[in-house]
Design a protein around this ligand. Structure first.
Ligand SMILES: [Zn+2]
Length: 409
């Protein structure tokens, strides 16, 4: 088949992609954790687009969730038969978005997608509607030309990616894991770099800890009558830095190449200056190389806390807020990696590299199930930001790259 006709076809689909983007952006799909009512309406609109492409199979896999008005979180799988039997190519995108945040930081209404300087701007246009519309356009190009791609293609649209995927991909794999095979090529277009050369195949483990340092509140003029929790918390933050020495491995697949242990959020303590606080709460975000067992990291943290308790007389309560042991990486020899490398070379003339990242993509759910997934997109790196955007050129080039992968081998 002449791939040039596919690439020309995809170029001609740009106005359609923009129209889809506008329709999708206009329907906020925010999960209940972020105060939203879920993905139902957006998913219905998306289904109307998918139906135009007449998939050979269209599955709706609804994850029960009584926190949202309709009582479930919608997931959808559309399968398009290929010209040959063999492994499927999957593209998995998510329908949910994060809230816009401070509206004053936006130059326009986040839920009205605008074209501006060859970019689309709006909440969700990059994360993850870029993946949604580029994968749809890749399929549409074959359909419009009356062709079947070499591989069978599966488009998966999941809910709940922004809050852990329990009602999204995890549910889909639990209910219909039979659809996927370890030989398949699985792309998650939800991360990458601006050049389109980052193929993410490995993630660090993630451990988020909450620390409550309990001292005793008193008047600031008589510190001897209390126990300053802020001072102790500050000392604990410094003590925790020793984790870098306890877990020193370096892996050049990642940037930064080592594990990270960063204090992040700090809750308010007393409202006034002349009170010594009796309780301070802060959080630590740990991103740990997959070679390490997170339980060991936790044990070390407990020991550091005990040391502080003995030295400073405070009590330290800890709570695990997030705990995700990284699954084994996708092999850099996996078909999905090879196919993406070839496609990026063909479309961009650039060499893509398999790499590791700091953690937290939905691809980990695939890897946990023994399925080799790669996270790849030509990213504007504006996800979750005000004035989130996607260059129009990326919608087109990424659709071409998906189409190229559909033809791999
Ligand atoms: Zn995303």
């Amino acid at each position: 088949m002449d791939f040039d006709s596919i690439t020309r076809k995809i170029e001609s689909l740009l106005p359609t992609m923009i129209e889809w983007q506008k329709g999708l952006t206009a329907i906020p799909a925010i999960g209940p954790e972020n105060g939203g009512d879920g993905e139902l309406n957006k998913s219905r609109y998306l289904k109307s687009i998918v139906e135009i492409l007449s998939p050979d199979t269209l599955l709706e896999i609804n994850a029960p969730d009584d926190r949202v008005p309709c009582g479930y979180r919608p997931n959808m799988v559309a399968l398009f038969k290929g010209a040959k039997p063999g492994p499927k190519v999957w593209v998995l995108s998510h329908t949910d978005v994060v809230p816009p945040g401070d509206l004053n930081l936006w130059n326009s209404d986040p839920f009205v997608a605008l074209v501006e300087n060859d970019r689309l701007v709006g909440r969700g246009v990059e994360d993850d509607q870029h993946g949604i519309v580029s994968s749809l356009a890749a399929v549409a190009a074959f359909k419009d030309l009356g062709l079947r791609p070499s591989h069978e293609v599966g488009l998966v649209f999941v809910a709940d990616e922004e809050a852990g995927s329990r009602y999204g991909l995890s549910y889909v794999l639990r209910e219909r894991g039979d659809l996927f095979s370890p030989d398949d090529l699985i792309i998650v277009p939800d991360g990458g770099n601006e050049e389109g050369t980052l193929i993410e195949i490995s993630e660090k483990s993630m451990l988020w800890m909450k620390f409550s340092v309990i001292g005793q509140q008193c008047h600031a003029s008589t510190p001897e009558k209390g126990l300053n929790s802020l001072k102790a918390a500050a000392q604990l933050i410094l003590d925790l830095d020793v984790l870098h020495k306890k877990f020193p491995l370096i892996d050049p697949l990642f940037s930064p190449p080592g594990s990270t242990f960063e204090p992040t959020r700090k809750d308010a303590n007393v409202p006034n200056v002349n009170t010594i606080p009796g309780k301070d709460v802060f959080y630590l975000d740990c991103r740990v190389l997959p070679e390490y067992d997170l339980t060991l990291v936790k044990e070390n943290i407990f020991r550091i806390c005990q040391g502080l308790e003995q030295r400073m007389g405070v009590r330290v309560e800890t709570e695990v807020v997030q705990y995700a042991q990284a699954p084994p990486p996708t092999s850099s020899d996996a078909s999905v990696v090879k196919a993406l490398e070839e496609a990026v070379k063909y479309i961009y003339g650039r060499d893509a590299q398999p790499r590791g990242i700091g953690g937290g993509t939905v691809a980990a759910v695939f890897r946990q199930a023994g399925l080799p997934a790669a996270v790849w997109v030509t990213s504007s790196e504006s996800a979750h930001q005000p004035n989130e955007f996607v260059p129009l050129a990326n919608l087109v080039s990424d659709a071409r790259i998906f189409a190229h992968v559909f033809q791999y081998g």
